[in-house]
Design a protein around this ligand. Structure first.
Ligand code: CTP
Length: 214
């Protein structure tokens, strides 16, 4: 099968030398790509800027901004069977990108931001009928927020992650997540390496792709 994976942060340019971004390292997405590859799948990996080497064997598609990632995903979705949206896409970008470096002339500076495309949230409207897997990074009300996201974005599986915990989540090698499904009870995966969790998540996706007997 084709397992499309998005990973890493996006960068939203402010001027020629500055950008808005977030703390995503890309580790979870790259671990998912490696696990899907090891399970014998084709893996287009659409990644924002990270310090990680692309897992050999993936079709590596580097992008920078949310708009770039959106274009790359739209091009890859029609051939995907499973789409795992692990990227931490910036939700807002500067409304205008200054063509020259912004100078510090004033004591304060306000940024005017606009929404970026919701890549996961528009996958169903774009015609994707495969297995749609979202990720939710939350710092409060983990399960209610994640469940609302699962339903709002039309996902078959949502991987919920409490990023307020000190030793898991953003930039750590370990993670602790809960898998949420539209019509089945949640499944908690206790703290483990991102590689180990990725293997479980890829296995769950493969099971969900098996047609149930009549
Ligand atoms: N996502 C996306 N495009 C965006 C924002 C998020 O594809 N512009 C995807 C992420 O890859 C992730 C999921 O949506 O799989 C949830 O991301 P998250 O930032 O937790 O949720 P948001 O929809 O941005 O909601 P909020 O920030 O209000 O919690």
């Amino acid at each position: 099968m084709h397992f499309l994976v998005t990973a890493g942060p996006t960068r939203e340019a402010l001027d020629p030398v500055r950008y808005l971004s977030n703390r995503s390292s890309g580790k979870m997405g790259y671990a998912l790509a490696a696990a899907a590859l090891a399970a014998g799948h084709h893996v287009p990996l659409i990644s924002g800027p990270t310090a990680l080497p692309a897992p050999p064997g993936t079709t590596f598609l580097p992008v920078t901004s949310a708009a770039d990632m959106d274009h790359a995903v739209r091009a890859a979705l029609p051939t995907a069977d499973v789409a795992l949206f692990a990227a931490a896409v910036a939700d807002y970008r500067p409304r205008q990108v200054a063509s020259h470096k912004i100078k510090k002339n004033a004591p304060t500076l306000s940024l005017d931001l606009e929404r970026t495309p919701d890549i996961l949230g528009s996958a169903r409207a774009a015609g994707f009928r495969g297995l749609l897997v979202g990720f939710a990074a939350e710092t409060e009300n983990l399960l209610p927020n994640a469940r609302a996201k699962l339903l709002r974005k039309g996902c078959d599986l949502l991987v919920a992650n409490d990023v307020s915990q000190p030793e898991t989540g953003f930039d750590h090698d370990d993670n602790e997540v809960t898998l949420l499904f539209p019509n089945a009870p949640p499944r908690h995966l206790p703290r483990a390496s991102k590689q180990a969790l990725a293997e479980i998540i890829v296995g769950v996706c493969s099971q969900l792709m098996v047609p149930s007997p009549p």
